[in-house]
Design a binder for this molecule. Structure first.
Ligand SMILES: [Zn+2]
Length: 399
């Protein structure tokens, strides 16, 4: 991965060096030169700046083949913090992370109504940051993430999604910090990339299962954007050309078979299961889904069949995306894999093992998120952190 063309330095080189230190955990200057392909003087200059700014710290030394111990460099986790808000249907999850992706604060509050959104979010930011007991100057800003409104929905017709974009400028003025707006699944992918220390050479993807299904991809340390910043709308990848009609205009979209909504519908369609789990008494789709998923992992045959069927559909779509982008690593996350994630991971792994185009040349590592319910808010905070310390790869915050 030699990048001699960037040997003169610049934001791209700096982002590369930060990213290699982040993914390596601890690394010497000599190793940095080898891994990045940058010249020794460039590495020395960038590392000197990163040490002076406090982003990186020296952390002991390692023996080298030539006998002289090498000083190791690591990210200084408490140097900076990022805050992420995930707007759900009824609630908003607020998270703060340090530079290594460690969660240092979390709060779930009721969701602000769309009118006066910027004012409410700014007030919540101030209150949340004050409660963290961190120097406010070390908090680098806020990212707000939300699902893409379903196509054809009244939310889409009303321009939801763009309302967040419109609120962004006002929010930035009110909190006096940079504000990023992003789709929740894309943010979750960057969060997993950052906190799992995934190296930028790995073609990495993340599937986010919630009331809809989304995905995000990180290549060379940067989120894949697409023409309209909508890359990763996995939910509308068709798995059956003659399948169920979808509001997007297509048929057989995977979202109509494997989202939390689809799984709850499938459980309700089995009348006896729905009655036994009292799905009618559930307060929300998420609540109903958790009842089904919990029953499945408890060993309830009918519930397990419903979840397993959803997992089979998801596996077909996951394989398409792995083939399309030649992914080497895939993380499953979102509230839809919080309770019965092992069922989904098993089906996805099995289907990839049997059918993935590239399986003979490289394996595809499939993992479950460690914090599937908070993945979008953690990812939002990771967007802030990445933009602050590795700006060469930060997303375009103007979307
Ligand atoms: Zn669709």
């Amino acid at each position: 991965m030699a990048r001699r063309e960037t040997a003169a330095g610049g934001p791209g080189s700096r982002a590369l060096v930060v990213d290699v230190i982040r993914s390596a955990g601890a690394v010497s200057r000599v190793e940095l030169t080898d891994i990045t392909g940058l010249t020794q003087p460039t590495i020395s200059n960038i590392v000197r700046d990163l040490l002076a700014e406090g982003i990186v710290r020296e952390t002991g030394s390692s023996a080298s083949a030539r006998g002289k111990p090498r000083t190791l460099l690591a990210i200084n986790p408490t140097f900076r913090y990022g805050v992420g808000f995930h707007l759900g249907a009824d609630t908003m999850t607020c998270v703060a992370i340090d530079l290594t992706g460690g969660v240092v604060g979390r709060e779930v509050v009721s969701r602000a109504p769309d009118d006066q959104l910027a004012e409410r979010l700014a007030a919540q930011y101030d209150e949340f940051v004050a409660g963290l007991d961190l120097p406010r100057g070390r908090v680098d800003g806020l990212a707000v993430v939300a699902p893409t409104p379903p196509p054809g929905s009244s939310a889409e017709a009303a321009g939801a999604g763009s309302w967040l974009g419109r609120a962004r400028g006002e929010l930035r003025d009110r909190i006096g910090k940079p504000v990023i707006v992003e789709n929740d699944a894309a943010a979750a992918a960057l969060g997993e990339f950052w906190s799992r220390r995934i190296s930028r050479e790995q073609a990495f993807g993340c599937i986010y299962v919630s009331t809809g299904i989304g995905a995000g991809f990180v290549f060379n340390g940067a989120l894949l954007r697409g023409a309209g910043s909508d890359a990763g709308e996995l939910g509308h990848v068709s798995i059956r050309h003659d399948g169920r009609p979808c509001p997007c205009g297509n048929r057989g979209c995977v979202e109509r078979y494997a989202s939390m909504v689809a799984t709850v519908d499938a459980a309700r369609d089995r009348g006896e299961l729905g009655r036994r789990l009292n799905l009618r008494g559930a307060t929300s789709v998420s609540h109903a889904y958790d009842l089904v998923a919990r029953a499945a992992v408890r060993g309830d045959d009918a519930a397990l069949q419903v979840v397993d069927q959803a997992a089979r559909y998801l596996a077909v779509a996951a394989t398409s995306v792995v083939n399309l982008l030649d992914l080497g690593r895939l993380v499953l996350t979102g509230p839809g894999v919080a309770l019965a994630g092992s069922v989904y991971a098993r089906r996805v792994r099995a289907h990839l093992d049997e059918t993935a185009h590239a399986r003979r040349r490289h394996g595809v590592r499939v993992e479950l998120s460690a914090q599937p319910r908070d993945a979008a808010s953690i990812g939002a905070a990771a967007l802030v952190v990445q933009a602050a310390v590795a700006p060469g790869h930060s997303p375009d915050p103007m979307r």
